[in-house]
Design a protein around this ligand. Structure first.
Ligand SMILES: NC(=O)c1ccc[n+]([C@@H]2O[C@H](COP(=O)([O-])OP(=O)(O)OC[C@H]3O[C@@H](n4cnc5c(N)ncnc54)[C@H](O)[C@@H]3O)[C@@H](O)[C@H]2O)c1
Length: 350
């Protein structure tokens, strides 16, 4: 099997999660790493904390055979890699995406794609011109229960969707990250851009792009001035009622919640603390199949898929197109505008 050589930029919560997943995938190897933090460059991830999952960080990562850089641009210019995986704080995504595409690499970038609406069109043009594969870590599209629900809704066997609610509530991430960047609105965009973006993206993935959004939210409850909690209703031309809620205001000991309820004409799909079920209107309850248990999370599935595409030289189209990610990010930006204006906002798709 041809080995896919990965250059990883950023070895924090997401970078170390990706590292371990690559280690578990046959025919994939991280051969280069860039991080501004010397401890990370030595493989020490003992201070890495995340809000969900992750691995045992006590033992250092094995850096044997890995070319290590302090400067990500140097890695992009010099390292012999097939693809670049960008896991640094959001404000640096655009610069590294553009450099990696220009250097002729396939690119996987963590979400959110970028910090501003203006950057989306710059990235879109670069992706179109580069002819390289480009995916963003919208991992929830590939998350087992969500991917299953999407398949069931699309199959039509439940009839039309009447309403849906997606919810993502995180315990506090204050103090978790490099330079505490999540708590700085200018860097992270608050919970709205960093966390709730997953559910906005799902809404667009499941139901198409909404015409407008109506959001309520609060700024500066836990971060400096970010939208720390948001609730949105997405407007479609038909009668379905689609909402999503996200926030990171709970104390650190409160469990992470990601959940949904999708009510259709013939049955309801629900993921909550009791598990993932399909409740038929007739009373029957099923636990739908969620696929390959050896790939237990959306992170595993998206990275396995993308690296397979790189190895086989097949354009990735299973979970996302770049255009679909550009659109859903424009929706999040409209939601933040709606929080601030307290008015419905029409989405400006770039
Ligand atoms: N898909 C998901 O489920 C998910 C979950 C968490 C975070 N994320 C995203 O992943 C990205 C990283 O978040 P995180 O939680 O891993 O943050 P983190 O703070 O834990 O890690 C960031 C890492 O980047 C390094 N770094 C900072 N600036 C750098 C630079 N210019 N060059 C090289 N290294 C640099 C830091 O030293 C640190 O090791 C963010 O975009 C975040 O939104 C995605």
């Amino acid at each position: 099997m041809k080995e896919v050589k990965v250059g990883l930029i950023g070895l924090g919560f997401m970078g170390s999660t990706h590292w371990r997943i690559y280690e578990s995938l046959p025919g994939v190897k991280v051969v280069a790493l860039a991080d501004v933090d010397a401890a990370k460059r030595s493989g020490d991830v003992s201070k890495v904390v995340g809000n969900i999952g992750g691995g045992d960080n006590s033992a250092p990562l094995d850096m044997t055979g890995v070319a290590v850089y302090e400067d990500a641009l140097e890695l992009i210019a010099k390292a012999d890699v097939d693809m670049i995986d960008i896991c640094v704080p959001t404000p640096k995504h655009t610069e590294y995406i553009l450099a990696a595409l220009k250097a002729g690499r396939h690119v996987f970038s963590e979400k959110p794609l970028c910090r501003t609406l203006e950057e989306i069109s710059v990235i879109r043009d670069a992706v179109r011109n580069a002819g390289k594969f480009f995916n963003v870590g919208m991992c929830v599209r590939a998350w087992p229960e969500y991917a299953s629900a999407k398949e069931i809704v699309d199959s039509g066997k439940l009839g039309a969707v009447k309403s849906a609610l997606f919810r993502r509530l995180s315990p506090s991430v204050d103090g978790n990250a490099w330079n505490n960047w999540f708590m700085c609105d200018e860097m992270s965009g608050g919970a709205a851009l960093d966390l709730h973006t997953h559910d906005t993206d799902l809404v667009c993935y499941f139901f198409g792009n909404p015409v407008s959004v109506r959001s309520a939210g609060v700024r500066g409850l836990v971060s400096d001035n970010g939208v720390d909690h948001i609730i949105t209703s997405y407007d479609y031309a038909d009668k379905k009622f689609i909402t999503a809620e996200g926030g990171w205001c709970a104390p650190g000991n409160v469990p992470f919640e990601m959940s949904f309820q999708i009510i259709c004409e013939k049955g309801t799909l629900k993921l909550d603390a009791s598990g993932y079920h399909l409740y038929w209107n007739c009373g029957k309850v099923e636990t739908p199949d969620t696929g390959d248990a050896s790939l237990p999370t959306g992170w595993h599935r998206e990275l396995k898929y993308f690296t397979d595409c790189v190895r086989d030289n097949v354009t990735p189209d299973r979970y996302q197109t770049p255009e679909s990610v550009f659109s859903s990010l424009a929706v999040v930006m409209a939601e933040i505008n709606s929080v601030d204006s307290k008015l419905p906002v029409e989405v400006k798709y770039v």
